[in-house]
Write a protein that binds this ligand. Structure first.
Ligand code: TA6
Length: 317
């Protein structure tokens, strides 16, 4: 009996350490570093970042928020955009990269915007180099007293990032509790473009969208999406692949997805940009968010022990 009790105590303590204690740089490098391919370094404010460099691509992934900060396939300009004014601080969301919005997308009265996992430290669970030269990272976070104070559910969340000529991000939600829960989520991807005024997004023609700039008015998309003012739209009931046609940059970025029925398109334009403290003047010209989501009315309900995966697959032509 005493032996069993000790075993149980050991299991719980070990599990708690694996899921909740910060991992030191030394531990990260010794357990998860990959020779000549992946190492961990402390970026600003001591936040550990996985730096990946292979013949296929370069990428940075922070443990803070499981935030993909950079991805640049070989022979291309960087694809993911981060503001020069971004703040890398515990409790802050980074302006740019790929914020993980979960378990809700958007604002909620008195609660953090876009949920609480983008501002928390995640755990590195696994790294590997595949036979085809792609690097895979698996990061995780699970509930504790502080998450339950904001959202009273038991969960385990993983982000599996695959870095190669294509960037794949799979956000896996597991309901580890005994009650069903409902969530919305997003891989809120910021893309770099050479000139927003010459950029369009294809794939959403004919879709219904909720226009945040017009107090969530329901509208219908005619033709491709183009940009000449603040744009903040939740396209609903769409699983379509989108293509960002960056004419000035002479490239097309493909955003394919699975497990997602909404796409958000956002550019703050010049006026709104001024109210965003962590965006520098004029930066809206060089960025565009095309977000792989389940948002607005497109909610996910997960039964006890259920699993849902939201996947974005990004490539450049
Ligand atoms: O995804 C678009 C959006 O919800 C916009 O409404 C805009 O506020 C943006 O996200 C950024 O939100 P954040 O909380 O990161 O400032």
């Amino acid at each position: 009996m005493i032996y069993l009790h000790k075993q149980l105590h050991f299991f719980i303590a070990n599990n708690f350490i694996t899921n909740h204690m910060p991992q030191s740089l030394e531990t990260l490098n010794s357990r998860f570093g990959l020779t000549n391919t992946l190492f961990f370094a402390n970026h600003a404010a001591g936040l550990p970042v996985a730096e990946i460099q292979t013949p296929l691509a370069r990428a940075h992934v922070a443990l803070h928020g499981a935030h993909v900060l950079a991805w640049q396939p070989a022979g291309q300009q960087p694809v993911i955009w981060v503001s020069q004014a971004a703040r890398y601080e515990p409790g802050q969301a980074v302006r740019g990269g790929v914020p993980v919005c979960w378990p809700w997308f958007g604002a909620r009265d008195g609660l953090p915007a876009h949920g609480f996992v983008r501002t928390r430290l995640w755990h590195m669970r696994e790294t590997s180099l595949d036979a085809d030269g792609q690097v895979r990272l698996r990061l995780g976070i699970s509930d504790d007293a502080s998450t339950r104070a904001l959202w009273n559910h038991a969960f385990d969340l993983e982000l599996i990032v695959t870095v190669g000529q294509t960037l794949t991000m799979a956000l896996v939600t597991r309901n580890t509790g005994t009650q069903a829960f409902t969530l919305t989520d997003a891989l809120h991807t910021y893309f770099g473009v050479a000139d927003i005024a010459q950029t369009t997004v294809r794939g959403l023609e004919g879709c219904t969208y909720l226009d945040k700039v017009q107090n969530f008015a329901e509208c219908s998309q005619t033709g491709v999406v183009s940009f000449s003012a603040e744009t903040d739209r939740v396209y609903v009931n769409t699983s379509a692949e989108c293509v960002i046609d960056d004419r000035a940059g002479q490239r097309q970025i493909h955003v394919a997805k699975q497990g997602s029925t909404s796409t958000v398109v956002w550019n703050p334009w010049s006026e709104r940009e001024k109210s965003i403290a962590d965006m520098a003047a004029g930066e809206h010209r060089r960025m565009l968010c095309v977000e792989t989501c389940n948002a607005g009315p497109d909610k996910i309900t997960l039964a006890a022990q259920g699993i849902h995966t939201l996947t974005a697959r990004i490539s450049v032509a």
